[in-house]
Write a protein that binds this ligand. Sequence first.
Ligand code: GLY
Length: 576
Amino acid sequence: MRNHRKFLIWLLFAALLASVPATWAAAMRPVHAPHAMVASVHELASRAGLEMMRAGGNAVDAAVAAGFALAVVHPQAGNLGGGGFMLLRLADGNTHFIDYREKAPARASADMYLDLQGNVIPKVSLVGFKAIGVPGSVAGMVYAEKKYGKLTLERVMAPAIRLARDGFFLAWEDAQDLHDEDLAKFPESRRIFQRNGNYYEAGEVFRQPDLAQTLERIEKNPDDFYHGAMAKEIAVAIQKGGGLIAAEDLANYEVKEREPIRGSYREYDIISAPPPSSGGVALMEILNILEGYDLSKYGNRSAAAIHLISEAFRRAFFDRAEFLGDPDFSKIPVAQLIDKKYGVAWRESINPERASLSKDLKRPVIFNELERYAKLNLQPWSGPEPENTTHYSVIDPEGNAVAVTTTLNDSFGSRVTALGFLLNDEMDDFSSKQGVPNAYGLIQGAANAIGPGKRPLSAMTPTIVLKDGKLFLVLGSPGGPTIITTVANILIGVVDFGLDIQEAVNAPRFHHQWLPDILLLEDQISPDTRRLLEAKGHKLVVRHLWGDGECIRVDLNTGERLGASDGRNNGKAVGY
Ligand code: GLY
């Protein structure tokens, strides 16, 4: 009897330990599993996904379970009140792209963030009720589950409801993040996430009963979120604070399936996010430019390789600013931008010895559609890069693969909470004024002007790579504009430099986005390399760490799933 009790106490202790997220420790090797894998920024979300596959669900069930769980355990970016993109590549070879990006409300207008003099009013598109776009995540996840999942909504939402109701142990990093100053400006957010100023500490159990109740309401009647009492409650809460979203905006929200971007890089097929994401188009432009170089001969993170790759980044972001936006509202010349001939023409403008000047960059004239170079009235910019967004990757035993990137935009979005969940500040991903940089310093053109019912331009880049027609990589990252360059760097790391997936995710990052004309480097890139880059004319800005690659590679010989969660963060790849 006593032994029995001892065993029970041991079991409880083991369960507690298992549910405490590990402190920061860079994974050096990928996680190996023969059948299935989930990689996400939080172990409990990865485990929620795995639980579905063990119960007979497929990769979509796992992705939806992980998505709802992230809304509980990673409120910085996991969400009900934001939007996202889900890229599926099914075992039968079919691909699908589900767009549940936020939309501007009907009352939004092109100059809504400008003062009487026509200047952008600081922060209104970032923090508070006016920053909120119509959320798409609930619609998107429910749509994906119903159309492509095998289990019930009740089953896939169970882990999230459990985590919200019973709570989970807060990791040190997550407890720190909850100190966010802007969260304190909104009484509901301050109550829920900051216990009215008595801040949560690492190791404390964080329970969210309001969120549990909302999740239960969604599970019982998901339509209510867009067409019923929940829609009215959300609209009332937002309008009370001066926001524009009405119940009709929620009723008019629609999920869209779109054709993914497809291209090739060396002997690999690339499948990625189409507009309203700029991710897939920019990624393909970058890869098309780089295809003409034998990068492997320069060595991973050598100055020569960083220079060439950054010049490709510079050119892709130049086009991003000019052409990309919501394809339902503007004609986006996707075919021309991802044409290999266009990549060749851009490559010819790169000097391997000297950095180009962004202000002098000239688009190669090979397609009429691209010739109408609008003169963006460029403004100088420097400022912090907010961390935001989250990505997770799933492969199931049948070989179905799912890549999801989802966001509230900034960390904790607009900082406004309604019905227990945070709402996005995605309106800042529009250009408040043509040529004036947004929170990420991104300059954007007319295609991404604010308009009622429009989706703001995104950089989210969920990507799947095939080799010889077989599933090879599932990739993605958060990080605003750095999403695109992080995904490109991970892909190039595996393909050109022969890194394993964990090494490719952990490798020091670098980023260029045309404007501001700076090369951003992680500080693990050596001073010698930095000097060589400066000698080529690059203006460097060195930062500590950014991004969060949550990726999977398939071993094409054994079929093993190799999961990589970013060594920079507290996530985990789990498999069986
Ligand atoms: N809000 C980040 C993105 O969509 O790119």
